[in-house]
Ligand binder design. Structure first.
Ligand code: GLV
Length: 313
């Protein structure tokens, strides 16, 4: 039996993980972290977490394998008290990429095909095909070409879009024009009529989507943010939409979640909002991945998806 502690900011989420572990991985002896459950436990070396509280690392000082229930590990790295030697492991795809691809294809195609017009036509009993620009007229830029970004970029290129990818290293992706680093950022932006952000949130990428960056997109560009709310300087967005520099923003993430009821994004006609649902974790695929990596790590074998703390992802 391998003891594992589960800690999630969402208590119902933790219970669901626990039930699935009990059903499918009975050799894991899992329990849910409780802030008032007594003294430190040094027998537990592995945790599965989503936005865990700082108290987890005080109560479980021997944790050396911290598995994230999602892809982005920013909330774990923000917590003090974790041992320097603890290894943090993010999910690699585990079903996330497919759901995020669906999300992107839904919004990209509804914009490029102008599907919203037909809702209006139907209400008016009007049978009227609209003229739309071909996919080639909608070059797409994907910021962040990790496991998920690369799959999104590749899928859009297979649908006929001209796709660019931007990352630190400019990693090559089939069918995608790669741009690397700060030097090539301007050229990448100039080539992106639709900008999709899938970057990890790190000190280097926080507030990256600011007025200066978004002003380098072609006029009337579309922003799709499925990374983190803190990538976007929110005050910059509405003036850019109102001036026509951007024609639409599709936001799955916001700086404060849930978005406060008095936030101006709710009422803006050019902003589409979804409540951080583009890539829900597929619990069973995630658990199978975590289980396999836990095994390998315990046998001293190399594992992928391990976070390099100095990079922040
Ligand atoms: C979701 O936001 C994730 O990081 O998996």
């Amino acid at each position: 039996m391998i003891p594992v502690v589960l800690a999630s900011e969402n208590p119902r989420g933790a219970e669901k993980w626990l039930a699935l572990i009990q059903q499918h991985f009975p050799d894991l002896q899992a329990h849910i972290f409780s802030p008032d459950a007594g003294g430190p436990r040094t027998d537990v070396r592995a945790a599965i977490v989503w936005r865990p509280p700082a108290a987890l690392f005080e109560r479980y000082p021997a944790l050396d394998l911290v598995f994230n229930m999602g892809a982005g590990v920013d909330a774990i790295l923000r917590q003090p008290g974790m041992r320097e030697s603890a290894r943090i492991i993010r999910l690699e795809d585990a079903g996330l990429a497919n759901t995020m691809i669906e999300y992107v294809v839904y919004y990209v195609s509804s914009i490029t095909r102008g599907f919203a017009a037909y809702e209006q036509h139907k209400a008016e009993r009007r049978w009227q095909p609209e003229i739309h620009e071909p996919v080639q007229a909608w070059p797409v830029g994907v910021m962040g070409t990790g496991v998920i970004g690369a799959r999104i970029a590749n899928t859009l290129s297979q649908l006929g879009y001209r796709v660019s990818g931007w990352s630190r290293s400019g990693k090559p992706i089939d069918g995608v024009t790669g741009y690397a680093g700060q030097e090539q950022l301007g050229a990448f932006l100039a080539a992106s009529r639709i900008l999709i952000n899938v970057l990890p949130l790190t000190d280097a990428t926080r507030n990256i989507l600011d007025r200066q960056l978004l002003s380098q997109l072609p006029a009337g560009a579309v922003l799709i943010n499925i990374g983190r709310g803190e990538h976007l300087v929110e005050e910059a967005l509405i003036p850019l939409l109102d001036s026509g520099q951007l024609s639409r923003a599709v936001l799955d993430v916001t700086r404060t979640e849930p978005l406060p009821a008095d936030h101006p994004f709710w009422m803006h006609p050019a902003i589409t909002l979804t409540p951080h649902i583009s890539g829900p974790t597929n619990h069973l695929l995630a658990l199978a991945q975590i289980r396999a990596k836990l095994n390998d790590a315990m046998q001293g074998k190399p594992i992928t998806g391990e976070v390099t703390r100095s990079n922040g992802y």
